[in-house]
Design a protein around this ligand. Structure first.
Ligand SMILES: [Zn+2]
Length: 337
């Protein structure tokens, strides 16, 4: 595997004050990765996203609002999201790093990629920044795969513990992106019901897999292996992207799931095997994760898995959640456009 990791020092300059989405998340990750030679990845400095790349997802007024508020010194966006003077630079490099990762993956320069920045992106809708997110990094990357590389089908798997409402909203009307989300429910932002499956040409190309509080490795890894993988094989994407949050970790202060470091490594192994089977590249865009030690360790385990040999299929423990999801898939067979 040729593995590249995009990062940028501006990720430390977005400062919301005392807040779980803090610069220390990146500091902890980079300290952890430096100690293991970047887990087999080659670190590279991220470029800023261009206005054209951002405007393929967000209207000009949205982009200008973020830029202007940061340049004015910052201020609140909503009850739990605010900007500082460095936020615009951080946000455009977070999106630009995801775009550069897609370029590396689709040019053949790399087979596994990671874009490790803050702020995260998956709550940001077309025109609504929210939930610690200013620009939707993974959505900008997926659109870039289509616009710059002609990839007609991108699968976005979102394993952040919160529903990726922004990514869902952006792609709900298209079959060019299959959005698949595992999330604790009920939990912020409250969306992500199985009945929400997309609309128009996108009908059937959104897959929401809610899990109750207390779900751990058996539930999360079983859903990825037994539900996400078959759906992905049917869709046959040209690129796999993971919106990788680590807040389903049992140590995370913002949610109530019980995933371990090993559980994240198992999910990473499943998508690593999937990418290998399909012969397509695989990239990660960092989302949440608020226990900084658990975040750093679990991301390290993900990257070490991806830079290593493809593992065999994991043992799957039957759970009521998995049984229900498999029943749902039987009634709503996976689609290919
Ligand atoms: Zn989250």
């Amino acid at each position: 595997m040729t593995c590249v990791l995009f990062r940028h020092p501006s990720s430390l300059e977005h400062d919301m004050g005392p807040h779980p989405e803090q610069p220390a998340r990146i500091t902890a990750i980079e300290r952890e990765l430096e100690a293991c030679d970047w887990a087999g990845f080659t670190p590279r400095e991220s470029p800023a996203a261009t206005d054209a790349q951002l405007r393929a997802v967000h209207p000009a007024a949205h982009v200008e609002r973020i830029r202007a508020l940061a340049e004015a010194g910052g201020g609140p966006i909503d009850g739990d999201t605010r900007l500082s003077r460095g936020s615009w630079d951080a946000a455009r490099h977070a999106a630009g790093g995801a775009v550069a990762m897609v370029d590396a993956l689709l040019s053949g320069a790399a087979t596994r990629g990671a874009a490790v920045h803050r702020p995260p992106g998956h709550h940001c809708e077309t025109a609504v920044p929210m939930g610690f997110c200013l620009l939707n990094n993974v959505a900008v990357a997926a659109r870039h795969a289509r616009d710059a590389h002609g990839v007609g089908r991108v699968l976005v798997l979102d394993w952040d513990v919160h529903h990726g409402n922004g990514t869902e909203e952006i792609f709900a009307g298209t079959d060019q992106v299959l959005f698949c989300s595992l999330h604790e429910h009920p939990l912020y932002p409250g969306t992500g019901r199985p009945a929400d499956r997309g609309h128009g040409p996108g009908a059937g190309f959104t897959l929401n897999l809610p899990l109750p509080a207390g779900s751990g490795d058996p539930e999360w890894t079983g859903l990825v292996e037994r539900v996400v993988l078959p759906v992905a094989r049917a869709y046959d994407p040209g690129l796999l992207l993971v919106s990788a949050g680590y807040d389903a970790h049992r140590d995370d202060p913002l949610a109530s799931c019980l995933v371990t470091d090993e559980g994240f490594a198992t999910m990473a192994g499943s998508v690593h095997r999937l990418a290998d089977e399909l012969g397509v590249p695989l990239g990660l865009v960092l989302e949440g994760g608020y226990d900084v030690a658990a975040l750093a360790r679990s991301l390290r385990r993900t990257l070490e898995t991806w830079s290593g040999p493809v593992p065999p299929a994991p043992a799957v423990v039957p759970t009521p959640i998995l049984e229900a999801a498999e029943g749902w898939i039987e009634r709503h067979p996976p689609l290919r456009p």
